[in-house]
Design a protein around this ligand. Structure first.
Ligand code: KG4
Ligand code: ZN
Length: 344
């Protein structure tokens, strides 16, 4: 049995966790930065990097204390090496390298997206490869066939915004606060999802890509029309996103060879309406369904430690000169989606 320390710092959460190779989370600590970013209505990269510098080492120490272990008992140190805000990624990766060097332990550079992609296997140890993964977060919206550790085939991506980004922008437009996803979900519970006519971009198109930019503009127009209640806009927006996720995932199921389970991961996977609808789709499609518990959906250290444990078992280690990367696609062979902007 191996014990892995995981460090996460790619966006606005600093996190450290200790996870065993048989899937026990011995400790997980997390420091959010909502207070620092709230005045700006979004994550400010420089503020995030500075907060990671302040929090990384204390969180590692706290996680070790919670688990009742010392660094010398850890078998490997896993740190997010990208993709994400480069300043923050550098802080977490350098912290991991320094600890690995000081303690004489192997380093495992984890792709943050692989952390999300494998997190359902930490929650459910019986979940086997290959599975179809809907990865929906603040920076990404992808459908991937997960064939094994480090073995991903991207079936679809967004041609503009990520789903979480659309939630965040909608929250900002409606004045619902930051972070946007949970705020929109709370408002949507009080609203009528049929009240505001909103588009479902790319619905029915042959390739299972996503698009959310037009939906965001439609939310802006609905708000400016001045005739709808914010909670009705929120509910209608959330329903439109869920409809898109379901239609696109349904298309991906048709082309995902060999998948026996549909899995959802990433921050937007915390959305109850989305989870319910995807569970229903899996059932209708004869697939098992897995969605990690909410704390494991949004960014955390345990998913990085767990991806580290999976890589440790596969003998996948990294050298000290492994770089921090702002962009790092899980499937490097995937072509850009037609009409895609700058997103990887
Ligand atoms: O995975 P994550 O914590 O960070 C990234 O890697 O991006 O995802 C954060 C995203 C944010 O856009 C946030 O608004 C969204 O996930 N999110 C939600 C919910 N909770 C978080 N979106 C919809 N409903 C939620 N309950
Ligand atoms: Zn994430």
């Amino acid at each position: 049995m191996a014990l892995i320390l995981g460090i996460e710092s790619s966006c606005d959460e600093t996190a450290a966790a200790l996870v065993t190779s048989d899937g026990r989370v011995l400790a997980h600590r997390l420091a959010g930065q909502e207070e620092a970013h709230r005045p700006f209505g979004g994550v400010v990269p420089e503020l995030a990097a500075r907060a990671h510098v302040e929090m990384a080492t204390p969180l590692v120490e706290a996680a070790l204390a919670d688990a009742g272990v010392t660094l010398s008992q850890v078998d490997a140190i896993a740190a997010t090496a990208g993709p994400g805000l480069i300043g923050g990624v550098m802080v977490g990766l350098m912290t991991g390298k320094a600890l690995a060097h000081a303690a004489g332990k192997p380093l495992i550079a984890v792709n943050h997206l692989e952390g999300h992609a494998l997190s359902p296997r930490l929650a459910d140890r019986s979940l086997a490869f290959p599975y179809l993964l809907l990865l929906v977060s603040g920076g990404h919206c992808q459908l991937l066939l997960v064939r094994g550790v480090g073995d991903y085939r991207r079936l679809a991506t967004t041609i503009d915004d990520a789903a979480g980004e659309a939630f965040d922008k909608t929250a900002k437009l409606l004045g619902l606060g930051f972070p946007g996803g949970p705020a929109v979900e709370a408002a949507a519970r009080l609203g009528d999802a049929k009240a505001v006519p909103l588009p479902r971009p790319l619905l029915g198109s042959a390739e299972p890509h996503f698009s959310f930019a037009g939906l965001k503009s439609a939310v802006l127009r609905a708000r400016d029309a001045g005739i709808y209640k914010p909670e009705d806009v929120a509910a209608s927006f959330q329903q439109a996103v869920v409809d898109c996720l379901i239609d696109r995932t349904k298309r991906a199921i048709e082309i995902a060879d060999g998948a026996t389970a549909l899995v959802v991961a990433g921050g937007v996977a915390a959305n109850q309406a989305g989870r319910g609808a995807l569970g229903g789709l899996a059932e209708r499609s004869g697939l098992a369904f897995a969605a990690p518990p909410l704390w494991l959906c949004t960014d955390n250290g345990a998913m990085i430690a767990w991806a580290g444990a999976e890589r440790f078992a596969a003998g996948l280690f990294d050298d000290m000169d492994v770089p921090a990367r702002a962009r790092w696609p899980l499937d490097p062979t995937a072509e850009k989606a037609r009409g895609a902007g700058v997103k990887a």
